[in-house]
Design a protein around this ligand. Structure first.
Ligand code: PEP
Ligand code: MN
Length: 367
């Protein structure tokens, strides 16, 4: 059972204390508190776990600090919607709102290779009004002999360049706790010029120890990629791991499923599930057309296939796009064939805007 407290209530209030006293006395019921930072205010949610079936919803709703009560299902306790359309979605980070209504584009390098390319990328982003990017410093690779990323060595100058070009948030994959420490050290050493969303890659969706590590820290939000060979339910449960450890600032990312049925695409594009995830959970939903489609092939109408896939996801309500660009894809150390060119950034963003307008118009038709 989930209790949403009145927004004007704080722990010092008598109503709050009276409510908690009642809840703490319930037999075989564990009381867990959870702060939700909404766009305008912070809300306190209280989860009652254990023997809650016998509890009377009206009794609980009449407690002085309680605004409303929701019966929740076993799954996705924190991140789930539980059929309640009013629940707060998303979070604020670095002054930007990440929720199920907004849209952010994270165009950038799959892997950081050198300063020149990072600077060219960031300069182009700023010139196109962008404040967010992707930059891979730690690259888990299939081939052990392939470039594994520059790791912590590149972090100070990547963050400094972000600050120089007004980039507020970087999505960056991490694969272990040490990476988070290294990111924190580099951010502190450079005076926190930007924020970082910690990306958990598709190879690590069910790395439960990593999920617990990222879930325990509150400094950065997380972006969880859907596992490429597991069910949607399993991936959503992986996201819930992060929340259950204390970090509910989670963005869920679709990146295609590993299947020959998607060929010649790199993965089978799964963006039809954007609205499904928004219905089942409160997470903002990201799409990654680069790793889904995996090439810069152009359709006969002149549009890149990965741009077609992007607009399909956005027209279905996606809240974030993670997409690979590179100033010289032929020289990129990772995933060059799917990286778009700098000259394609402007048309790409225009296309995104058109798809977004289409989405908003589509919603209006159905009101
Ligand atoms: C990436 O985004 O750089 C990446 C490796 O993606 P995925 O984990 O989806 O393969
Ligand atoms: Mn990649």
């Amino acid at each position: 059972m989930l209790l949403i407290l009145r927004p004007d209530i704080s722990p010092g209030d008598a109503a709050y204390q009276e409510t908690l006293k009642y809840l703490d006395a319930l037999p075989n019921v564990e009381v867990r508190q959870h702060e939700v930072q909404g766009q305008l205010q912070a809300l306190t949610e209280i989860y009652l776990l254990g023997d809650t079936l016998a509890l009377d919803k009206d009794d609980i709703e009449s407690l002085p600090a309680v605004e409303r009560v929701i019966r929740i299902s076993e799954e996705y306790r924190i991140l789930g919607r539980h059929s309640d359309q009013e629940r707060v979605t998303g979070f604020q980070y670095q002054g930007l709102n990440f929720d199920q209504k907004t849209l952010h584009v994270f165009a950038g390098l799959c892997a950081v290779d050198n300063k020149k390319h990072v600077e060219e990328m960031m300069r182009a982003l700023q010139a196109n009004g962008q404040q967010t990017t992707r930059m891979g410093a730690y690259k888990p690779r299939t081939n052990p002999y392939a470039f594994q990323g520059h790791g912590k060595e590149c972090l100070p100058w990547v963050f400094e360049l972000a600050g120089k070009y007004g980039i507020k948030v970087i999505a960056m994959e991490v694969t272990k706790e040490q990476h988070v420490d290294e990111i924190n050290e580099a951010l502190d050493a450079t005076g926190n010029p930007c924020g970082v969303i910690l990306q958990i890659g598709t190879r690590n969706t069910q790395n439960f120890e990593l999920l617990k590590t990222i879930g325990k820290q509150q400094r950065h939000p997380a972006l969880l990629k859907r596992g490429f060979g597991i069910t949607l339910n399993e991936s959503l449960n992986a996201a819930e791991y992060l929340a259950s450890e204390g970090n509910s600032q989670v963005i869920f990312c679709l990146r295609g499923m590993k299947s020959d049925f998607g060929a010649p695409h790199r993965n089978l594009v799964d963006f039809a599930q954007v609205p499904t995830i928004k219905r089942l959970t409160r997470m903002p939903v990201c799409i990654d057309p680069s790793h889904s489609v995996g090439s810069r092939e152009r359709a006969p109408d002149g549009v890149l296939e990965l741009c077609h896939a992007t607009s399909q996801g956005i027209a279905a309500g996606a809240n974030m796009v993670l997409v690979d660009f590179h100033p010289a894809p032929e020289k990129a150390l990772v995933d060059g064939p799917q990286a778009m060119l700098m000259s394609e950034l402007e048309p790409f963003l225009k296309d995104v805007e058109i798809a977004r307008e289409a989405y908003l118009k589509r919603c209006a038709v159905w009101q």
